[in-house]
Design a protein around this ligand. Structure first.
Ligand code: FPP
Ligand code: MG
Length: 287
């Protein structure tokens, strides 16, 4: 099985059974979780764990946990009270199929399922690293991380915010959980502080590059490839890297951040070529 196939299978296995009165909620969670995203964040968990000498099997619960958090954030981000987008991952958004009430709850339940999943293989031996990884994920997805970035985003709609605010926003909204994925992979493998720090630099650099590329694609992409509406930022009157710096400057920023990420891999003892390839492919992505 490829790493992606392992992720897909594990995500399906961690969903609750449907033989209960909550079936519609679980259908709605499944609809978005198994909608075929690129699975970048779980791949990062697995690759960093492998790089630091850990086993894929030990990393799978954390890989699935970060994808569950990411999926909940996409469901909530598409709601009418947020970005109000009707398409995601090439299909109608969750609330377009299940209604806003169920979509809200599906996001909430996916967030809880993430923490249950991350701790599902806890033993006496791995309890310390499991707790550290969960603490890392909670920190990066909460008020000073992804959710914090989202409120900065909402509060800046319709304003001509400067690049400093945008940098802070993207570091939290998008880069924080990408960074968490990288760090958790190392933590689960029992890596030392120096390697965790290198993973943090890698995660933050590709995370910011990822958001800049997202802003570029919102202007240049083909909607059928992207799987979500293009031009959404302009419609929501958002300042983005592209609106502030222009396309060319953005492209060179993506390149320099990717180079910084790749550079941070040189300190690891293991084979980091898969992560280098992943960083390069993200900087050239078209969806
Ligand atoms: C696309 O990921 C997503 C982003 C670039 C992140 C945007 C940030 C949010 C939606 C945070 C929202 C936060 C809250 C609390 C509502 P991707 O291209 O990896 O998507 P994929 O998984 O579908 O491939
Ligand atoms: Mg948004």
């Amino acid at each position: 099985m490829t790493l992606n196939e392992r992720i897909e299978k594990a995500l399906a296995d961690y969903l609750p059974g449907k033989d209960c009165l909550e079936k519609r909620l679980i259908d709605s969670m499944e609809y978005s979780l198994l909608a075929g995203g690129k699975r970048i964040r779980p791949l990062l968990v697995l690759e960093f764990c492998q790089l630091c000498g850990g086993s894929i099997e030990d990393a799978v619960p954390f890989a699935c946990a970060v994808e569950m958090i990411h999926t909940y954030s996409l469901i909530h981000d598409d709601l009418p009270c947020m970005d109000n987008d009707d398409f995601r991952r090439g299909k109608p958004s969750n609330h377009k199929v299940y209604g806003e009430d169920t979509a809200l709850l599906a996001g909430d339940a996916l967030q809880a399922l993430a923490f249950k999943t991350a701790t599902s293989n806890i033993t006496q031996e791995n309890a310390y690293n499991t707790a550290r990884a969960v603490n890392n994920l909670a920190e990066y997805c909460g008020a000073n991380g992804m959710v914090g970035g989202q409120i900065i985003d909402l509060e800046n709609e319709g304003k001509s915010s400067g690049i400093d605010i945008l940098k802070k926003m993207d570091k939290k909204k998008t880069a924080a959980i990408i960074k968490s994925a990288c760090e958790m992979g190392c933590i689960v493998a029992g890596a030392g502080d120096e390697d965790i720090k290198r993973a943090r630099v890698f995660g933050e650099s590709i995370g910011i590059a990822f958001q800049i590329q997202d802003d570029i694609l919102d202007v240049t992409a083909d909607q059928s490839k992207l799987g979500k509406p293009v031009g959404s930022d302009k419609e929501n009157e958002k300042s983005t890297y592209v609106s502030l710096l222009g396309l060319e400057e953005c492209k060179s920023l993506v390149e320099s951040l990717t180079a910084k990420a790749i550079d941070s891999l040189s300190g690891f003892k293991g084979d980091s070529s898969a992560l280098k390839e992943l960083a390069l492919s993200l900087s050239n992505r078209e969806y």
